[in-house]
Design a protein around this ligand. Structure first.
Ligand SMILES: Nc1ncnc2c1ncn2[C@@H]1O[C@H](COP(=O)(O)OP(=O)(O)O)[C@@H](O)[C@H]1O
Ligand SMILES: [Mg+2]
Length: 424
């Protein structure tokens, strides 16, 4: 064991040892509570002493698995124990082949159909499709095969909770629930500052480790007193965040990376085709947006009373708006880039920015402010065990989510715990 890791906590040990007796062990609970470290040790031990055969390591994508599991494994275990070829992405642990698989859609199960496995490790288990999980269970056919999984809490009716964790006793599954207190290696000050970064739903899930429903307002931490400002600081960088619709609404936000280490939405522009009874073409949108930026009519990006020049670095655009992005590229007044559209990651990241006071909206953005308040979780989706927002009056919110999430490499350093860097 490397000096990077101190003594395992009693719960970490218990979870590791449980893998000797149980075919399936699931570690669930708070962020940073020591789940991954325990699972890593159990898995390496399985590779060294478990039944013969190939192993599999799965997570949402190959990249998240490499970041969340393989890199930490390489930091803790030596060359002889863990070998990873970055080029071919071939992983060997104690000389054994370990398949590294990303499972972020329903087709992922095809990747493992037909394999015979002696062991598996699933990172972020609640984020993979149930079909993949079921297929994986069926591939662990070798005598004495073992599987370990880690997860953060999700919806109470999530398949992993309902069919596996809640039935752990009946199925002989080892279930271990971790709290932050179960990790004795975190400095108290760190624990306190992580706790301050979450509120409501996220606090209960990521700090308390509870499987609670996503219901009511998505951005229940949004408070106009705290998050709406009349002033804007000087900005290091300006961006445009765009949600695009031809027959519906196109919503653009002018956002700035403040020199005071906050992300600001300075102005908004919106075209509602139904309300105006006119659809704009891509070329017209491009002209309207350029003119709007040039006009600065409402003075919202004045700094200390003086108009501050806006030099756009980039536009982060709705990834499905291919023709519109192509138009912007042709027109040349701004460089468009496809925004990342992972809805839940985007919502969570935006929520964390709000909770930590790192996101402010200028008062002139009335539509966005209205939408942020009204944006709600879908009760029907929750009944299926899925977190999903109601898709209505959400164009400004979508633009914000695209932009805030896709520019996270500029803002994540302000956060203590960035949920997008690693989960589970
Ligand atoms: N036994 C331990 N000794 C030293 N550090 C530990 C130990 N267990 C966990 N940690 C550290 O605590 C942090 C969180 O642990 P991790 O297992 O990644 O939590 P989780 O997977 O629950 O989010 C990591 O930085 C990890 O290195
Ligand atoms: Mg983890």
């Amino acid at each position: 064991m490397s000096p990077a890791i101190g003594a395992l906590s009693p719960k970490q040990r218990a979870a590791w040892w449980a893998l000797e007796d149980c075919g399936l062990v699931i570690l669930e609970g708070a962020v940073r509570s020591g789940k991954s470290v325990a699972a890593d040790h159990a898995f390496v031990d399985l590779a060294a002493h478990g039944p013969q055969g190939n192993l599999l390591l799965a997570g949402r994508t190959q990249d998240t698995v490499i970041r969340n599991v393989i890199h930490p494994l390489m930091d803790v275990f030596g060359e002889g124990e863990v070998n990873f070829n970055r080029g071919s992405r071939e992983l060997r642990i104690h000389g054994r082949r370990v398949y590294v698989v990303g499972a972020n859609d329903e087709r992922a199960q095809e990747k493992i159909r037909g394999l015979t496995l002696a062991g598996a490790y699933v990172d972020e288990a609640s984020t993979i499709p149930e079909s993949f999980w079921m297929m994986l269970r069926s591939r662990l056919s070798a005598e004495g095969s073992r599987m370990i999984a880690t997860t953060n809490p999700d919806a109470p009716l999530h398949w992993l909770k309902r069919d596996w964790l809640d039935r752990a006793d009946e199925l002989g599954v080892g279930r271990f629930s971790f709290r932050l207190e179960d990790n004795p290696h975190l400095p108290d000050a760190y624990v306190e500052s992580v706790k301050r970064e979450f509120t409501g739903l996220w606090y209960r899930r990521f700090i308390l480790g509870e499987w609670v429903a996503a219901e009511g307002a998505v951005f229940d931490m949004f408070d106009p007193v705290l998050h709406v400002s009349d002033e804007l600081p000087a900005m290091q960088t300006w961006w445009l965040f765009v949600d695009y619709g031809t027959a519906t609404v196109t919503h653009a936000l002018l956002a700035g990376l403040g020199t005071d280490e906050r992300l600001y939405v300075a102005r908004e522009w919106r075209w509602d085709a139904k309300e105006r009874r006119r659809q704009l073409t891509d070329a017209e949108y491009s002209v309207h947006l350029r003119d709007w930026l040039a006009s600065g009519a409402d003075g919202a990006y004045r700094v200390n009373g003086k108009p501050a020049p806006v030099q756009l670095k980039r536009a982060y655009v709705d990834p499905s708006a291919v023709s519109f992005s192509a138009q912007l590229r042709r027109d040349g007044w701004v460089k468009p880039r496809e925004a990342e559209n992972d809805v839940l990651d985007g919502i969570r990241y935006t929520a964390t920015l709000l909770t930590s006071g790192r996101l402010c909206i200028h008062r002139s953005c009335a539509h966005l402010i209205r939408e942020l308040t009204g944006y709600r979780w879908d009760a029907k989706a929750q009944e299926r065990g899925e977190d999903s927002p109601v898709k209505a009056d959400d164009h400004g919110v979508d633009a914000l989510r695209y932009g805030a999430y896709t520019t996270r490499r500029y803002t994540r350093r302000w956060l203590v715990y960035d949920t997008t860097k690693e989960a589970a």
